[in-house]
Design a protein around this ligand. Structure first.
Ligand code: FE2
Ligand code: FE2
Length: 208
């Protein structure tokens, strides 16, 4: 699909369907729905809700993993060709850059969309300090959406039983960090540690 030809959420969905696997497509639909549910569950209203006919949860859910199935070499190549910043962590584990590349591809598709949505897409993988409610909800939804096989209903209820969206994201983050360590994928990234520190100090979030 050529530049700026995605005008509606149906266009974006159609693009995604031809770009990623069926499993990733179903995951993305789940993230879109769950992001909306999480925002509603915690009564979050302080975020940019609509732009140009797009709703933030649906747009971010469908767009967040557009680049998730690109190879490491393709991700690095895209970043270099488009002048995107690559941290040392991204260079070591290029999959970490898929959020930023997804955000950029989304801009190629729809034009310049809200920067808060762009940032939510960029940080959805590892998190970072200073995330707004939309970014926190996307982060949570990515982990708990219904097609995630490792997630139990009991654990979902624990997350959604948090006192606010910050504690919910904090609990997810702590479990993600533990999970990454257990499977030996990678240690907590600087973004995850910054998010953890930020939520502890600014929001007073605790796991229990
Ligand atoms: Fe992702
Ligand atoms: Fe995802």
């Amino acid at each position: 699909m050529s530049r700026h030809t995605v005008c509606t959420i149906d266009d974006l969905s159609a693009f995604l369907r031809t770009t990623v696997s069926e499993k990733r497509y179903v995951h993305s639909l789940g993230v879109a729905k769950t992001t909306a549910d999480v925002l509603s569950h915690f009564g979050c209203r302080d975020y940019c809700r609509t732009w140009n006919g797009f709703e933030a949860p649906a747009f971010c859910g469908l767009a967040h993993d557009i680049a998730r199935e690109m190879t490491d070499a393709s991700l690095l190549d895209y970043c270099r060709k488009n002048g995107l910043y690559l941290s040392q962590e991204d260079i070591v584990a290029p999959v970490l850059a898929h959020g930023t590349v997804s955000a950029e591809i989304a801009m190629e598709l729809v034009g310049r969309y809200p920067m808060s949505w762009y940032k939510a897409l960029c940080v959805h993988t590892t998190g970072n300090a200073g995330m707004d409610d939309l970014a926190l909800a996307l982060f949570v939804a990515d982990y708990i959406e219904p097609s995630r096989r490792f997630m139990t209903d009991e654990k979902r209820a624990f997350y959604l039983g948090s006192r606010d969206i910050s504690q919910c994201a904090y609990r997810v983050l702590c479990d993600m960090i533990s999970h990454w360590r257990e499977v030996g994928f990678h240690d907590a990234s600087s973004g995850s540690l910054a998010m953890k520190d930020y939520l502890e100090r600014k929001a007073g979030s605790t796991y229990e």
